[in-house]
Design a protein around this ligand. Structure first.
Ligand code: ADP
Ligand code: MG
Length: 390
């Protein structure tokens, strides 16, 4: 691995207009620099529905990853991540997963997938900055991929449809990085829209923006306990869902209603029934949530979020005592409309829908009560629903 970060040569002026404190590397010739930003995302409803070919409602948030840089004269890719305080380099025609600086694989993977899809690229240099926490379930990985693809789209004038861009980014994470994620993260980062939720049909792979009520914000609260989706629990849940669908004679749990599931309850082992009930219930909650959003009923939407968490706790058993404590605090706090675990579960974060006027007070109370009750520290992120990559 070539390390090329150095102080800027004397003849290079620092470009403070880019918001970079320091120039990490310089282009041999003066080239125009461009920036691309892609947001993180939060799942609002539709937990573990993706691999069951179901529905999800998510939102892009006002935190994300920004790439700033320009074309290089050579075929080299030179990256510096301020977040990781690390640099990485590769020739564009010799891309292979980097075993040392694994973070760079999210960028190299996108380059590789674009090239294999026929897009013509050249060497480039980019600085990466981010205000997203890593590994907190806000999908910094997808934000990095989508920011990379958007950066390259601008830099090389690529003609690429947003859904195709999101799919190539997912492919990069699946095949180059080696993480088996669904399409939600990349779709959310690409299709986010200020004050709108994103509705994804995971089977049809269609995306819609749905207006979100005003006067509310999202409070994302990380429990301080790491998510461990790579663990056996996640795969076990997948298998249980597939088993439920098979026993019910359905292609996927997407095709089962709660009425049908309850009619077949006696024929299913209790565990399989409860796993299925969570997913089937989540799909139905997404459908109801869509109606409530269209009516501008934030309170009814919030109630669905509380129901979703209860189902995670009882049926899917992907909650933790810490996540339960966060939701219990949410239930007591005036101005909180709804709250639930978000993402895979087994640790990680909750998302709460809160009244904007009370946001600061709620955020401070969460932190204090959580500390008192669990002896853990939580990180709170007060977020607006933001635009997707640009
Ligand atoms: P999440 O997507 O929930 O944040 P992941 O484990 O999927 O968690 O992705 C986090 C990884 O993505 C980091 O460990 C790092 O490799 C990469 N990454 C995310 N943001 C950046 C960044 N700004 N600079 C470099 N790498 C990043
Ligand atoms: Mg990720």
């Amino acid at each position: 691995m070539v390390r090329f970060v150095s102080a800027a040569p004397k003849h290079v002026k620092e470009d403070h207009s880019l918001g970079c404190a320091e120039v990490k590397f310089t282009l041999k010739t003066r080239v125009q620099k461009i920036s691309a930003h892609a947001p993180g995302r939060v799942e609002l409803l539709g937990n573990h529905t993706d691999y069951n070919e179901g529905f999800v409602l998510s939102a892009a948030i006002d935190r994300g990853v920004t790439l700033t840089g320009g074309r290089a004269e050579s075929n080299d890719i030179k990256l510096h991540s301020a977040t990781m305080d690390s640099s990485a380099q590769s020739e564009i025609n010799k891309l292979k997963p980097d075993k040392t600086d694994t973070w760079a694989n999210y960028v190299f993977g996108v380059v590789d997938c674009l090239q294999r899809d026929g897009y013509k690229l050249g060497g480039f240099e980019a600085d990466i900055e981010s205000d997203l926490p890593l590994g907190a379930g806000l999908s910094s990985s997808a934000a990095l991929e989508v920011a990379t693809a958007t950066f390259l789209k601008k830099l090389f004038g690529l003609k690429i449809e947003p859904l195709h861009l999101a799919k190539l980014c997912r492919k990069a994470e699946n095949e180059f990085v080696g993480v088996n994620c669904g399409l939600l993260d990349q779709v959310s980062s690409t299709f986010g829209k200020k004050n709108h939720a994103i509705f994804l049909d995971c089977r049809k792979e269609t995306v819609e923006n749905v207006p979100f009520p005003g006067n509310v914000e999202l409070l994302i609260t990380h429990s301080g306990v790491k998510h461990a989706l790579v663990g056996g629990e996640y795969n076990e849940r997948r298998e249980q869902c597939f088993e439920a669908a098979k026993r019910l004679g359905a292609v996927a749990l997407r095709d089962v209603t709660s009425k049908q599931l309850n009619a077949a309850r006696e024929t299913l082992p209790d565990l399989v029934y409860r796993r299925a009930m969570h997913v089937v219930g989540e799909n139905e909650r997404v459908q109801h949530g869509l109606e409530f959003l269209l009516r501008g009923d934030a309170k009814a939407f919030g109630d669905l979020m509380f129901e979703s968490h209860e189902s995670s706790r009882v049926n899917f058993e992907n909650s933790t005592p810490q996540l339960d404590a966060l939701v219990a605090i949410a239930r007591e706090e005036p101005g909180v409309l709804g709250s639930r675990l978000t993402g895979g579960g087994f640790g990680g974060a909750t998302v709460s829908l809160i009244e904007r006027d009370a946001a600061e007070r709620i955020s401070a109370n969460f932190a204090q009560k959580y500390r008192e009750r669990t002896k853990h520290e939580c990180q709170t992120y007060l977020c607006e629903i933001a635009d997707g990559a640009h």
